[in-house]
Design a protein around this ligand. Structure first.
Ligand code: PAF
Length: 296
């Protein structure tokens, strides 16, 4: 395949190339790399929304070739989670990816990523994967083991110069950054701000699960975080978390967690200091488990 066809002429007139086999992906990208062109990677599980599109646009602006991966990764779903009903619409994703600037979409079948006998795991140990969503009583560290294993594989297959992730998945970002640092992946991690609906709800593919009542309740997550953000500088973190809890209570939402942690290490913090603090919330609202966060 001549990848030059994908990137010249200008992208808006081009088409997106769909690749399912890793060998074909590698062959296509080898010529790109040989020409010294930079590669941006946007890993996704599909059902694209504005959050994904903002990552693709950022990749388009910064990199000469933009690869999006589209793979609903089974190993990051726990038993009883929503793997089977996770929303999927490949045709729509391809169209949106093309419009947002992707040159190439790698959408492998599960057997290509996890062939029979697959028995390797890439795991970041310790607090980064053991708290918040990684708490064994919640999704557990296995969730992040699934994420880092597949992201490590995608980094190896694509060998991007820059990989783009959304701040909404703040813990995922912290874990991936650590993996990249610890395992010397030659990739820069770019993190883009959370994209929100007009009423503040963070965009998520799982918002598709919300019925109208739950959709309304879900707006309390961003209100709670805003209340915390406004309260913290003058009244401190404990009062900030109280203010957030009060917003959730009014909406009838019981958080799975609402915590303040060091934004990089995810260690507990009692007060604002000179390092950024992550306030993270998760809640089951109607049929969707939603997460959101703010960094102050
Ligand atoms: O954030 C996601 O959509 C997924 O966790 C990722 C990074 C694509 C890995 O499957």
């Amino acid at each position: 395949m001549n990848l030059a066809e994908l990137v010249d002429p200008p992208h808006a007139q081009g088409d997106v190339k769909l690749i399912r086999a890793r060998d074909e992906l590698r062959a296509a990208l080898a010529s790109v790399r040989g020409e010294g062109r930079s590669i941006g990677l946007v890993p996704t599980m599909g059902y694209l929304h504005e959050g994904h599109l903002s990552l693709l646009r950022a990749a388009r602006a910064e990199c000469e070739v933009v690869v999006m991966t589209l793979f609903v990764n089974p190993t990051q779903f726990g038993p009883g989670e929503d793997l089977d009903r996770y929303p999927r619409d490949e045709e729509r994703d391809l169209r949106l990816a093309r419009e947002a600037g992707a040159d190439l979409v790698y959408a492998p079948p599960a057997e290509e990523v996890y062939p029979e006998g697959f028995s390797t795991k890439v795991e970041v140990a310790g607090e980064l994967t053991g708290v918040l969503d990684g708490d064994p009583a919640r999704r557990g560290p296995g969730h992040f083991g699934g994420v880092t294993t597949v992201v490590a594989k995608l980094f190896n297959s694509v060998q991007p110069d820059v990989a783009f992730f959304g701040q909404k998945d703040a813990q995922q970002v912290a874990v991936i950054r650590r993996m990249v640092r610890d395992l010397d992946f030659p990739v820069r991690i770019a993190v883009l701000p959370t994209v929100r609906e007009a009423d503040g709800l963070a965009m998520s593919s799982r918002n598709a699960y919300l019925d109208p009542r739950a959709r309304q309740q879900a707006t309390s997550l961003s209100r709670a975080l805003r209340a915390a953000e406004e309260t913290a500088p003058t009244a401190g973190l404990a009062a900030a978390l109280d203010a957030a809890r009060a917003e959730l209570r009014v909406a009838g939402v019981e958080p799975e967690y609402l915590e303040a942690r060091d934004a990089e290490e995810l260690s507990e913090v009692a007060e604002l200091g000179d390092r950024p603090v992550l306030i993270a919330v998760a809640a089951q609202i109607g049929g969707a488990r939603l997460i959101d966060n703010v960094v102050i």
